[in-house]
Write a protein that binds this ligand. Structure first.
Ligand SMILES: CC(C)(COP(=O)(O)OP(=O)(O)OC[C@H]1O[C@@H](n2cnc3c(N)ncnc32)[C@H](O)[C@@H]1OP(=O)(O)O)[C@@H](O)C(=O)NCCC(=O)NCCS
Length: 126
């Protein structure tokens, strides 16, 4: 069976305030959890301020429901000069079901390390 890849970067519970008009969790909320979680990893990797420059290949595979426990896993796939490519997976444990976590969303976030004025700076490796 497929397992989460990468490290746990953020975990939370999907709340009623985050629903769309049909009652599922709004995709934008899921994306923001992915952005928050992978930004933590990017900041830790670069040891600098980081900004999101791109989101690539986002796929919403399954809906997220109110009360689901939402966990984002991420890893650094590639470090360029100032950029970092970070794939992110979102897994949920369904509300009040004691079943295996389900992969609901995946995508790749790209961050750039920047200085205090917002200009790109090199990411130190190692
Ligand atoms: C990120 C930002 C500083 C980059 O500035 P820039 O002048 O384009 O800088 P560069 O052209 O030198 O690119 C910097 C790096 O980003 C990469 N990059 C730029 N645009 C990209 C894109 N659309 N997709 C992937 N990578 C991209 C470049 O390849 C380069 O990588 P490298 O240094 O590893 O080789 C600038 O675009 C910016 O401030 N964007 C807004 C960020 C923001 O507000 N994000 C949302 C809130 S956090």
């Amino acid at each position: 069976m497929e397992k989460p890849k990468g490290e746990l970067v953020i975990r939370t519970i999907a709340m009623p305030a985050d629903t769309n008009p049909t009652g599922d969790i709004f995709g934008g909320w899921v994306m923001s959890q992915m952005d928050l979680g992978s930004a933590i990893l990017a900041g830790k990797t670069a040891k600098a301020r980081v900004v999101t420059v791109a989101m690539e290949g986002l796929s919403f595979l399954q809906p997220v429901g109110v009360g689901d426990t939402v966990t984002c896993y991420a890893w650094v796939e590639k470090i360029g000069r100032s950029s970092m490519k970070i794939p992110v997976e979102v897994w949920v444990e369904r509300f009040r079901q004691h079943t295996e976590p389900v992969l609901v969303t995946r995508g790749v976030f790209v961050y750039v390390a920047v200085d205090e004025t917002g200009r790109p700076i090199p990411v130190e490796r190692g």
